[in-house]
Design a protein around this ligand. Structure first.
Ligand code: CAA
Length: 248
């Protein structure tokens, strides 16, 4: 079988890079989207992964913009062939209490974290259905399950991602297209490093595992869900949060 192709939005971020690494180590060709390859030093990102034996590439795209995603999809398919695995990772925070939040902070977080999932997935779902194989994995958050101070925008977007997952899982089930969510807890990345230290420390103190998670903790679940033999797992949300929020 030809090498499977995985597209990871935001695959050059903290969690995204590790997802690319682990998928690459499992034999996938991985492609990340980025906003600005030069500013974000994608050449360096690619060189690092290539040196580890990972077949990695990148493409510029604004995931918040549907037309930009349509162009990106054409470019990816021309250069690398059909996309078998799509991992929607791209995300931002703009934390503020709602009584202080401006409309831009609301719109930016909804556009980048949730509308992006439509903008990108819509480009690839037709081909996945036609070929009878697809793996779509949405990276949400524990804060979409619980709500979090200062994150009405982010919590709404992340909860919305799982609604999307469940609905599309039903649509894809007879076509070999699985759709699942992974909900990370507090993971050691630039996003959590940007939180006020006292707030982060107070939250980590409540994590039963007694520590933050690592990007690898998320990537190993993505690798599991992406596998060819994971075809009966669909519409699921897999929490990876060190016990911070337990539910069923
Ligand atoms: N739990 C309990 N109380 C909290 C709280 C929390 N998580 N966050 C804020 N508060 C309380 C503060 O302690 C403070 O209480 P007092 O008035 O009694 O002192 C009050 O709320 C106001 O807080 P601030 O003075 O900090 O108010 P602010 O307007 O300057 O900022 C905030 C509010 C934006 C919520 C800020 O506290 C903040 O950034 N908090 C972190 C939010 C957060 O958890 N973000 C997660 C980012 S990581 C991520 O999102 C990744 C992921 O998926 C898990």
């Amino acid at each position: 079988m030809a090498e499977r192709v995985a597209l990871v939005t935001g695959g050059n971020g903290g969690i995204g890079t590790e997802i690319c690494r682990q998928l690459g180590q499992s034999g996938y060709r991985v492609i990340t989207t980025c906003l600005d390859a030069e500013k974000e030093n994608l050449a360096g990102w690619q060189a690092e992964l290539n040196a580890e034996g990972v077949d990695a590439a990148y493409v510029e795209c604004d995931v918040a913009d549907f037309e930009s995603c349509a162009r990106m999809a054409r470019q990816v398919e021309e250069s690398h062939g059909p996309v078998d695995v799509l991992v929607n990772v791209a995300g931002i925070t703009k934390d503020a209490f709602l009584h202080k939040m401006d409309a831009d902070a609301w719109a930016a977080v909804l556009n980048v974290n949730l509308n992006s999932v439509f903008n990108v997935t819509r480009q690839f779902v037709v081909g996945m259905r036609e070929r009878g194989f697809g793996r779509i994995i949405n990276i949400a958050s524990v804060n979409g399950q619980t709500g979090q101070f200062g994150q009405t925008n982010y919590s709404a977007a992340k909860a919305g991602m799982h609604g999307f997952t469940m609905a599309l899982a039903k649509e894809g089930a007879r076509k070999g297209v699985t759709v699942n969510t992974v909900s990370p807890g507090y993971i050691d990345t630039a996003m959590t490093a940007a939180m006020p230290d006292d707030v982060r420390e107070a939250i980590v103190a409540q994590v039963p595992a007694g520590r933050m998670g690592q990007p690898a903790d998320i990537a190993r679940v993505v690798r599991f869900l992406a596998a060819d033999d994971a075809g009966y797992i669909t519409g699921a949300n897999i929490p990876v949060n060190g016990g911070l929020f337990c539910s069923f």
